[in-house]
Design a binder for this molecule. Structure first.
Ligand SMILES: NC(=O)C1=CN([C@@H]2O[C@H](COP(=O)(O)OP(=O)(O)OC[C@H]3O[C@@H](n4cnc5c(N)ncnc54)[C@H](OP(=O)(O)O)[C@@H]3O)[C@@H](O)[C@H]2O)C=CC1
Ligand SMILES: CC(=O)N[C@@H](CCC(=O)OP(=O)(O)O)C(=O)O
Length: 344
């Protein structure tokens, strides 16, 4: 079988380069085109020197995609920009995995409320499928447009889904306290991401209105109606990794042992979810597509405590995107995604 032809649009950013790192070792695909608007004409390895002698192909403007016969295109672009490309590429005959939040929510109205900007391709909502393979494998299989989940939502939805699906917890009052490494903010420097504001520092941001609140709530609400949750993100002084600590109230009696058995059963056939016996660390998943989950019950307070870790650039973005691609193109879900975590 000839290899499938892939396009990567927006490859000068963090998730785009991480995607190329994974695709370069994928046995069934070839990267037919890599694009950049700002660095077109240069080599990919000039922009990302760690690819020297590995991926030296030239960067093209995104219009080049229209000239090629591709099987699937990844859009690793900012939200607001991505929707313009989905619109331009609609009906071209290739599948799309969009890294942005442009098609993750339930409607253009919800998007406009939480992103504070108009949506310019509302038709995309008719076909877009939320690309969390552990929950939506069958829909992803037949999708032409997959909205790759946000990094924080991946780290929060995976630990909460088993509890809501089995009616174990109250749907109101869930608290998600999440911490992300700085690459979650993208490659462009800002005051927030300035070295001296991140190094040796730690802070909360986006209180009450971070756009991932509605993404997490919307997906969980599809499992159990009436979910309301508090989501507070924090910026960690590390390159990559997300650790989410989630608190929920059980509806009835439960125990740590019962929870562990529930999680092991819920994720028994899922290659990238690992149920842990002790709270996981971000280095336990760094550079890999794993999501590590630890679930516990505190008899004193009556709270269920969940700790989950992912690498925001891999299971939180590029790895999950390749997992979706595998499913969409009919490959084994884990093909090309066998990276072992880098620790230390
Ligand atoms: N970083 C993370 O951990 C995660 C990111 N995401 C999402 O993935 C997407 C990419 O994120 P990330 O890689 O971090 O972002 P970066 O800021 O690192 O990169 C964005 C890329 O988009 C391109 N770009 C910017 N503006 C335009 C434009 N107007 N037209 C065409 N291309 C443009 C840039 O390349 P050039 O200017 O050279 O064309 C750049 O390569 C975003 O939607 C983000 O929200 C999702 C989950 C996790
Ligand atoms: C640390 C950090 O800044 N993280 C980003 C979220 C990561 C992301 O890219 O999310 P979307 O794909 O939904 O835009 C933030 O809080 O905005």
């Amino acid at each position: 079988m000839p290899k499938k032809k892939i396009g990567v649009v927006g490859a000068t950013g963090y998730t785009g380069s991480e995607l190329v790192r994974i695709l370069a070792n994928h046995p069934e695909v070839e990267i037919a085109v890599i694009t950049s608007e700002s660095r077109a004409g240069e080599k990919f390895s000039d922009v990302h020197p760690f690819f020297k002698d590995i991926v030296d192909q030239p960067l093209h403007k995104a219009d080049k995609v229209n000239e090629l016969d591709l099987d699937l295109v990844f859009l690793a672009l900012p939200h607001g920009v991505s929707m313009e490309y989905v619109k331009q590429f609609a009906g071209k005959g290739f599948k799309i995995v969009d890294f942005s939040g442009d098609f993750r929510l339930d409607s253009p109205k919800t998007y406009e409320e939480w992103y504070n900007k108009p949506h310019t391709f509302v038709e995309g909502f008719d076909t877009a499928v939320y690309g969390l393979p552990e929950l939506f494998y069958d829909k992803i299989k037949g999708a032409d447009l997959v909205a790759n989940p946000g990094c924080y939502p991946t780290s929060a939805i995976l630990p909460l889904a088993p509890l809501l699906a089995n009616g174990i917890i109250e749907s109101k009052g869930i608290i998600i306290d999440a911490k992300s490494g700085i690459t979650g903010a993208g490659i462009k420097a800002s005051t927030t991401t300035h070295f001296s504001n991140v190094n040796d520092n730690f802070k909360a941001y986006g209180l009450k209105n971070h756009r991932h609140t509605i993404e997490i709530q919307g997906v969980l609400d599809g499992i159990t109606a009436g979910v309301t949750l508090q989501f507070t993100p924090h910026l960690l002084p590390v390159d990559r990794g997300i650790l989410s600590t989630t608190y929920a109230r059980p509806k009835g009696a439960t125990s740590s042992a019962e929870l562990k058995a529930l999680y092991q059963d819920f994720y028994k056939d899922k290659p990238f979810v690992r149920i842990c016996g002790t709270p996981p660390a971000i280095k336990d998943v760094r550079g890999s597509n794993y999501c590590n989950i630890y679930a516990d019950f505190d008899e004193r307070t009556g709270n269920i405590i969940l700790i989950s870790t992912i690498d925001n650039l891999v299971k939180g973005a590029a790895g999950q995107a390749v997992q979706n691609m595998n499913i969409m193109l009919g490959f084994e879900e884990s093909l090309g995604l066998n990276q072992i975590p880098v620790n230390p």
